[in-house]
Design a protein around this ligand. Structure first.
Ligand code: BGC
Length: 785
């Protein structure tokens, strides 16, 4: 029935568009006629139909419609509209990035459509293991394909400019090389199933406050070296099918309408030929403006810049485009180029291939993939007295912290996956054979249940998926009970939890810094247990950076577990027990103080309550590039992470000491401890700074060993090109590897440099000449070394 209504509606559209049915029969068909013929046959209405998405399924603009929408994949975020007359099918896009986000249940359907919740971006990246990420991507890609989706709206690889960004958990790192390499692996894994990805949010989307229209003032050098570099790597190495432009403005222009970003850099310089879509309602200044049905984004500017598809699409955008097409105020060639890119994309999809998806991906196998991946992303921050691995299963563990009993699998918003189950820390430890103190358990479980229900209700009433996230308060602990538990149990485990997501940035107090209730919990538990000579282990179930300097000395061990996906509790138990040796390292700095980050002075911008402008005055000095160069000591530095074993670095070899076009660096790593483990090896370079100032260290390559048994060695080698060594020299509009002496520094972290070797470049090498772009639209001084 619904199908028939659709057909009638389509014929009406054809008639309204001035096409008779007999013409319709003769119309060129996608896949049979050439793309030029299909495009030439399109009416203005049909062009607009394809360039502007059909809206969010189940919504009129932002207003939810009653009943379940008649769509192929319930809970998908959108897709392109189909045009039956021309044989153009609808295809389906769904979020991303911690797994496929679709509705798990459908009306009058006994089947379920759960997807696997994989570890969040920060967790995946902390593995520094591109092979592992590719495996994760393959598992996700199978779910995408088997649930009938064409494009996963992921990966998300914006730079961690500031620790408070509410979506940092979806992103990978403060370093563009890490972000780019991890994203490449992710894209390769997913696209190996012949489904698409959408690399997002392109670019400089580094905050959620006023995300739809905040104007990010960024220097060209910082754009190219920091905010674009990861995208450049992912696009050139993995060729994602699609790219999603960011909401924000860059130097005065919406990213989705930026000639510099899309025409000059993406298409001309990087040669990208795929599809570019907006973020949802991108180009509208605020969500409130979307509900005004007469308002459109500037679709002419967006299309002429090469942003091919407006998602999810509004009627006002369609009307604006039809008008521009009819009165000739839009460049027809740009429109046709966009249409071609959309059609080329559609031709690649499983939809066109008529792939018979099963709705039955191998969730069981993927549970193993996520369980394993999460363990590799865990970072052992502290392990005094080798408390971990904790192998004694005879006594009881006293487990504190609300989050231990309701472990957080991932963040909120569009990145929230609808998984079938999620393993809590308690379940994970119990499953691994540990005995958990039952008094604490029976006090915590109802407390957490009640508090969580209240918080979920509050969120429901305040925007649902896009509501601000508030942490539930820690359950107050009675002093006598604590003293009793310290006597009776073997060790204390405390979980500190954090959650955040789309639309809101995190807060400085009671979020980046611990809340008073959490400080009290750490203090009282540590005092009670240390008084009995017992150890205290902290598990951090967080998506982004928190303050650690003020409390880390009070506890014995800190395991940064991140938001580890649906198998989180099992993954922690694997590391806790020593089944897995942690090998993750930080992909971002954990500062002593929030204000140590230079961006703190300019986050989230001005005015603070509703930021319209944000000035990236720190320039290229983001994360460790700042902390190392300016000698500011962090609590835990970029690249840091301990292991249950130890490694020795030796035999650093450079293929040449006078660089011409390529350098090979090799180094031998040996496991010198008592248990098997993997090591992340980081290659930093210090470059001469005549043409421009440079950070004291910049990551230029990294690798991870295989599992090395005690005594076993592996030699890792890395190739560096002139582009890798180059900085962006503004005055020359070029990437230049300047002449002088370079130092290769092999680090176990960005501060723990194990080996060094110099090489020279005789004359400046212009690795790449580019166009002038991203002129500042306001005066701004950027930080220099
Ligand atoms: C988010 C995107 C997401 C899109 C579709 C937007 O609000 O910023 O990351 O892919 O919604 O759900």
């Amino acid at each position: 029935m619904k199908q028939n209504i659709k057909k009638v509606a389509l014929s009406l559209v054809c008639v309204l568009g001035g096409i008779s049915l007999s013409n319709a029969q003769k119309a060129p068909q996608l896949g049979k006629a050439s793309l030029d013929e299909v495009i030439a046959a399109m009416t203005a209405e049909e062009k607009a139909e394809l360039l502007i998405g059909p809206g969010m399924p189940g919504y009129a603009g932002l207003v939810p419609l009653e009943g379940e929408p008649d769509v192929r994949v319930l809970g998908a975020a959108g897709g392109n509209a189909g045009i039956e007359r021309l044989g153009i099918p609808e295809t389906v896009f769904a979020d991303g990035p911690a797994g496929l986000r679709i509705q798990p249940k459908r009306e009058n359907d006994p089947n379920t459509y759960y997807a696997t919740a994989f570890p969040v971006g920060t967790s995946l990246a902390s593995s520094w293991n591109t092979q592992l990420i590719e495996e994760v991507g393959k598992a996700m890609g199978e779910e995408v394909k088997e649930y009938g989706v064409d494009v996963l709206l992921a990966p998300a690889l914006n730079i961690h400019r500031n620790p408070l960004n509410g979506r940092n958990f979806e992103y990978y790192s403060e370093d563009p090389l890490v972000a780019g390499k991890i994203a490449s692996a992710y894209v390769r894994g997913i696209q190996s199933h012949d489904v698409g990805t959408s690399v997002k949010h392109f670019a400089a989307n580094n905050q959620e406050s006023n995300r739809l229209s905040v104007n990010a003032h960024v220097s060209e050098r910082a754009m190219r070296e920091i905010y674009l570099r990861g995208f450049e790597i992912a696009i050139k190495e993995a060729n994602p099918w699609t790219i999603m432009t960011a909401y924000n403005k860059i130097d005065g222009t919406y990213a989705s309408a930026s000639d510099d970003l899309l025409k000059t850099v993406l298409r001309e310089e990087w040669g990208y030929e795929g599809l570019v879509m907006t973020d949802w309602f991108g180009g509208y200044p605020g969500f409130e403006t979307i509900t005004d049905t007469t308002r459109s984004s500037d679709v002419v500017a967006q299309l002429e810049a090469g942003n091919d598809l407006m998602m999810p699409g509004t009627v006002a955008q369609k009307n604006a485009l039809i008008k521009a097409l009819k009165d000739g105020s839009i460049d027809e060639a740009a429109v046709n180029a966009s249409l071609k890119r959309i059609l080329n994309y559609i031709l690649k999809t499983p939809t066109v291939a008529k792939y018979k998806y099963s709705d039955k991906p191998d969730l069981k196998a993927h549970a193993e993939v996520t369980r394993n991946a999460a363990t590799e992303g865990m970072v052992l921050l502290k392990n005094e007295g080798d408390v971990l691995p904790y192998t004694n299963k005879s006594g009881t563990l006293a487990v504190f912290g609300d989050t231990s009993y309701d472990f957080i699998a991932g963040g909120t918003g569009s990145g929230d996956v609808n998984e079938a189950y999620s393993v809590s820390l308690i379940e994970g430890l119990t499953g691994a054979g540990y005995q958990i103190d039952t008094d604490l358990q029976s006090a915590y479980v109802p407390f957490v249940k009640e508090m969580t229900a209240k918080e979920m209700k509050r969120r429901e009433e305040n925007g649902g998926l896009l509501a601000d996230v508030q942490r539930i308060p820690e359950m107050p602990l009675d002093k006598d009970l604590l003293a009793k538990k310290a006597k009776a149990s073997e060790v204390a485990v405390i979980t500190i939890g954090r959650n955040a997501g789309e639309q809101h940035d995190r807060k400085v107090s009671n979020d980046f810094y611990l809340g008073q209730d959490e400080v009290k919990m750490i203090n009282t538990v540590s005092e009670a247990f240390h008084a009995e000579g017992k150890k205290v282990i902290v598990i951090l179930n967080i998506g982004g950076v928190i303050e650690t300097a003020s409390w880390k000395d009070k506890v014995d061990t800190i395991l940064l577990a991140w938001q580890a996906g649906q198998e989180g509790g099992n993954s922690v138990a694997d590391v806790f027990s020593g089944v897995k040796n942690p090998s993750g390292k930080l992909t971002m700095t954990f500062p002593v103080d929030y204000n140590n980050h230079p961006s703190a002075a300019n986050f989230p911008g001005f005015p603070a309550h509703d930021p319209k402008e944000v000035f990236y005055e720190e320039g290229i000095y983001v994360g460790y590039r700042y902390f190392n160069t300016f000698g500011v000591k962090p609590s835990y530095e970029f690249g840091f992470g301990q292991s249950y074993t130890t490694f020795e670095y030796a035999d650093l070899k450079l293929s040449t000491t006078s660089f011409t076009d390529e350098l090979e660096v090799s180094v031998k790593v040996t496991n010198t401890g008592a248990v098997a483990g993997k090591e992340v090896v980081q290659v930093y370079v210090a470059a001469p700074a005549q043409l421009a100032d440079k950070p004291s260290e910049e990551l230029k390559a990294f690798g991870k060993t295989e599992v090395l048994k005690p005594g076993q060695s592996e030699t890792l080698s890395f190739k560096l090109t002139a582009k890798d060594l180059a900085s962006f020299i503004d005055a020359q509009s070029a990437w230049v590897a300047e002449k002088g002496t370079y130092t290769v520094k092999i680090g176990a972290s960005s501060l723990d440099i194990q080996l060094k070797e110099d090489f020279t470049i005789a004359e400046d090498i212009t690795a790449e000449k580019v166009n002038n772009a991203f002129d500042l639209d306001a005066e701004m001084e950027t930080l220099k070394n």
